[in-house]
Write a protein that binds this ligand. Structure first.
Ligand code: NAD
Length: 383
């Protein structure tokens, strides 16, 4: 296991099993209009049939989180297809997970997936700059698409992805797993219901020290940027789902302490401040230089927070009202990926809108572009 994987294992809690549980609180962000499809077609679902998911990209997230969740925990979908540039690896996975050989594709043969009724959903788990191409190809093949975050590396690509899914009458969701995590959802609920009065200030920080300098995350062509695109997006998301508003302006500063590792266009750390229409301000930090892992909201009569905020397991939330003592939240553990994929399958099977549509991914991509613009110009950017 590489150093980076070792760090992630510790930070994000890979490996240990967590019981699946339904999200405790309702949707935290506005779900924009999707083209509802009357059935899960192309493979119309027989009662009790689990929808088939094909994974595109068999890297660390697929290996350690998504495939195990599909194998052991999901109730409405299952692993049914594999798409990889490494045939040996794909065949090993096929044996391990009982995926028939006919459902194994390369990037070159991927489009033939359109003839495969076993596969209803394509889950794109590739480097960021490849999300648009594979989402569009999957939609053209008639499949629903779940695409990892960040949705893409430009707003134009997001628009093309949304348009392709709409034209094909297929659903598109973005892999925002924390929308299915009860402690994070509780922050949004406490803010929305003004339990401790109106929220005034949000602080959201997400980061980890990146190691291998050769990985795609540090190659702008593949990543579209640096820490912000990869991990800081969680801080941006938290500011948006806690405030329940869209920012009107952003100001940002960027810093690089290791110019050998971080080339132009790939940020090491970014600090950004978002201003929201109600007057809420959010101070956010993103870093590839150090571990950052906390979302906190300060309201008129107290505060509430999650720390750790974005681990795969072990997220802890608490709140404190003025003059009181801190009280821990008490939610059962949830496998974020199983919950996210079952929710998407439920949306497909029952014609519901996903709480994490392409339009939600597009909002973040647009704001991140403004954050980079502000950091480069040293000026506040209106949104
Ligand atoms: P990874 O490097 O472990 O895997 C990437 C996969 O893409 C590999 O299978 C690799 O072979 C394949 N690939 C195809 N073409 C490639 C190319 N030109 N260069 C590099 N790899 C190529 O990455 P990962 O950590 O699995 O991340 C994949 C996606 O998942 C990213 O978009 C990332 O942002 C996202 N992600 C999300 C979470 C989450 O919690 N939701 C966590 C980690 C990663």
């Amino acid at each position: 296991m590489s150093e980076r994987r070792g760090f992630f294992k510790e930070l994000l809690g890979w490996g240990a099993a967590a019981a699946w549980a339904a999200p405790v609180v309702g949707a935290a962000s506005p779900a924009a209009a999707q083209t509802p499809s009357p059935s899960s077609a192309p493979g119309k679902s027989a009662p009790g049939r689990k929808l088939g998911v094909a994974l595109v990209g068999l890297g660390s997230l697929s290996e350690h989180q998504i495939a195990p969740a599909l194998f052991q925990k999901t109730k409405l979908c299952k692993l049914a297809g594999l798409v990889s540039g490494h045939p040996d690896k794909a065949m090993q996975w096929a044996k391990r997970y009982g995926v028939p050989e006919k459902n194994v594709y390369s990037y070159q043969t991927f489009d033939q997936i359109k003839n495969n009724p076993d596969i209803d959903i394509v889950y794109v788990v590739l480097p960021n700059s490849m999300h648009a191409e594979y989402t569009i190809r999957a939609a053209k093949a008639g499949k629903h698409v779940l695409c990892e975050k960040p949705m893409a590396i430009s707003v134009k690509e997001c628009d093309q992805m949304i348009a392709a899914c709409k034209a094909a009458g297929r659903k598109l969701a973005i892999g925002y797993r924390l929308h299915f995590e009860p402690n994070n959802l509780e922050l949004a609920r406490l803010a929305r219901e003004k339990t401790l009065g109106a929220v005034k200030v949000i602080e959201a920080s997400a980061g980890f020290p990146i190691d291998d300098p050769t990985q795609w995350r540090l190659d702008k062509k593949l990543s579209g940027g640096g820490s912000l695109m990869d991990i800081g997006i969680y801080a941006l998301q938290a500011a948006r789902y806690i405030s329940g508003e869209e920012p009107t302006s952003v100001s940002a500063q960027m810093s690089i302490t290791d110019p050998v590792k971080f080339k132009p266009g790939v940020d090491e750390s970014v600090l950004f401040t978002l201003k929201f229409p109600s007057g809420i301000v959010a101070n956010c930090a993103s870093s590839y230089g150090t571990g950052l892992n906390r979302f906190r909201a300060s309201a008129q009569r107290g505060w509430f927070e999650v720390q750790p905020a974005l681990n795969y397991e072990g997220i802890k939330g608490r709140m404190r009202s003025e003059g009181g003592t801190p009280k821990d939240f008490d939610f059962p553990p949830v496998d974020h990926f199983a919950a996210e994929m079952d929710d998407f399958a439920d949306c497909i099977l029952n014609g519901k809108q996903t709480r994490v549509p392409g339009e939600e991914g597009r909002r973040d991509v647009r704001i991140m572009a403004a954050i980079y613009e502000s950091a480069a110009s040293g000026k506040r950017v209106a949104l």
